[in-house]
Design a protein around this ligand. Sequence first.
Ligand code: ADP
Ligand code: MG
Length: 250
Amino acid sequence: MTEEQQETFSSVSLATRDIHLAFGTNRVLRGVDLDVGKGETACVIGPSGSGKSTFLRTINRLIEPDKGDVLLDGVSVLDRDPDRLRQQIGMVFQQFNLFPHMNVLRNLMLPLRRIRKLSADEAEQVARHQLELVGLADKAGSRPGHLSGGQQQRVAIARALAMRPEVMLFDEATSALDPELVKGVLSLMADLSRQGMTMVVVTHEMGFAREASDVVVFLDQGVAVETGPPEKIFDSPDSPRLRQFLSDVL
Ligand code: ADP
Ligand code: MG
């Protein structure tokens, strides 16, 4: 994004308190606490199957936790209407989840019309503006399948941002991308982070976690084994499990 295109967000702080969730007898989350200040970025790292995706999904209530609470600006959201909540908390997935039969502009307009209830003209204006901000104004008329994976992911991010979320969640947003396309998406995410979006980012990109995050959480078997600033987590981890994980991935 260029200087004059910079946006600041009306972001809020996010906290989770003692989140528990089991699938049958599989206790996937066993008391996860997280504090992300307004405008801060938290990265969640950890081995496959440790509960990272499930944890993100409990934050915007794609999954209801068995126990625990989620707070926006200190206020519990658990009794809030889930549709309204998902307007406040945008989410980006590994697999983009764009509508393949609609062009890029329509992909952005659909939730603006259905959920934010904008008129067609207003929705188009917001959508085009948002596409400009992510550098894809010229792709408005293209079907997702005609774009690179990196462009599709930037469209998915634009679609989420167009809803004016107060928090953004990213679940391995770059894991499905060819290596040469990863950088463009990470740099868009880093821009959002710098511009004051409150973000929770599940990622295997340790460079991004180190550079962009205010706090890093190491999740292992559904427990936040270690939480701290990136320098602490990466340069002097306390727990043997985190040390092992870092030596496996770095
Ligand atoms: P991660 O994102 O860290 O790889 P997940 O949150 O996807 O981990 O999964 C954590 C555990 O929960 C795994 O054992 C997985 O098999 C299980 N799991 C995830 N989603 C479901 C589901 N919808 N139904 C049953 N088990 C699930
Ligand atoms: Mg996952």
